[in-house]
Design a protein around this ligand. Structure first.
Ligand code: COA
Length: 260
């Protein structure tokens, strides 16, 4: 599948989707959102893809938000559809059963920060700036940002970020638990590979189980979450990969998981 505003490449099980509108700091216009949706569906159904990486083209921005020019032209009804589409896209990313890593290589603002928050893991370059500046435009986050942010950092910090609209540094984002790691810009690609490679080799059923137990389990009461964990644990134990992983440990060798 080819795209106008995305570059897509799969290497060694790592599928990198790069948002490519550098002249507009990779802002998400309607077409780019549609392309991202199609690219994610494509990757989710491709067995060769074990890990997805999302990033932005150029060295200045991950994604500088939804396209402000397009937002300005929307009727309230169109704005509702735009928000719902963006939310669906972000929820689809978060709900994938393959790990998605955001490589935040610069500004991650508005819809760009919301995209990063929907990913499972986030690595930022130390020049990245993250924020939800919508309030400065007379609007508010509409792609799930208020909801994911409050769940990640609590209402005190979420309200400060949303109400001030001021971006924070990558270092501050790491302190708040919004990103997993901060590295120098020239180390970002390697840091993402280092995080992705073990996941490519991991047993897929274990990866799927962990994603669902942590993300869905975290949204329901403890008892229901624990039941979910038990069910997923049992599924892992039904795989050849469980036999391989435990045998490899006992035989003091590295496991070779086959995804069965
Ligand atoms: N939507 C549409 N266009 C955008 C954009 C967005 N979210 N973010 C940046 N751009 C465009 C600019 O309009 C400019 O286009 P032009 O060259 O045709 O005028 C180009 O990208 C470069 O941006 P510019 O503002 O000149 O770069 P800068 O280095 O001075 O500032 C930012 C960078 C990120 C601080 C600034 O672009 C910005 O504040 N962007 C909007 C962020 C935002 O509010 N996002 C939430 C949207 S809901």
């Amino acid at each position: 599948m080819s795209f106008e505003n995305l570059a897509v490449v799969t290497r060694g099980g790592i599928h990198t989707i790069t948002v490519k509108r550098p002249a507009k700091l990779n802002a998400l216009n309607g077409q780019t959102l549609q392309e991202l949706y199609a690219a994610i569906i494509d990757a989710s159904g491709d067995d060769k893809v074990r890990v997805i990486v999302l990033t932005g083209a150029g060295d200045k921005a991950f994604v500088a938000g939804a396209d402000i020019g397009e937002i300005q032209q929307q009727s309230p009804t169109e704005a509702r559809s735009f928000s719902a589409f963006g939310q669906n896209l972000m929820s689809m990313i978060q709900g994938l059963d393959k790990p998605v890593i955001a490589a935040i290589n610069g500004f991650a603002l508005g819809g760009g920060m919301e995209l990063a928050l929907a990913c499972h893991l986030r690595i930022a370059s130390d020049n990245a700036r993250l924020g939800l500046p919508e309030i400065k435009l007379g609007i508010m986050p509409g792609f799930g940002g208020t909801q994911r942010l409050v769940r990640l950092v609590g209402s005190t910090r979420a309200l400060e970020l949303c109400l001030s609209g001021e971006p924070i540094t990558a270092e501050r984002a790491e302190q708040l638990g919004l990103v997993n790691r901060v590295v120098a810009p020239d180390q970002l690609e390697q840091a993402v590979k280092d995080m992705a490679k073990p996941l490519v080799k991991a047993a897929p059923e274990a990866v799927r189980g962990i994603l669902q137990a942590v993300l869905q389990g975290g949204e329901i009461n403890l008892e229901a979450g624990l039941s979910l964990e038990t069910a997923r644990f049992a599924l892992c134990c039904a795989t050849e990969d469980m036999q391989e992983g435990t045998s490899a440990f006992l035989e003091k060798r590295s496991p070779k998981f086959k995804g069965r």
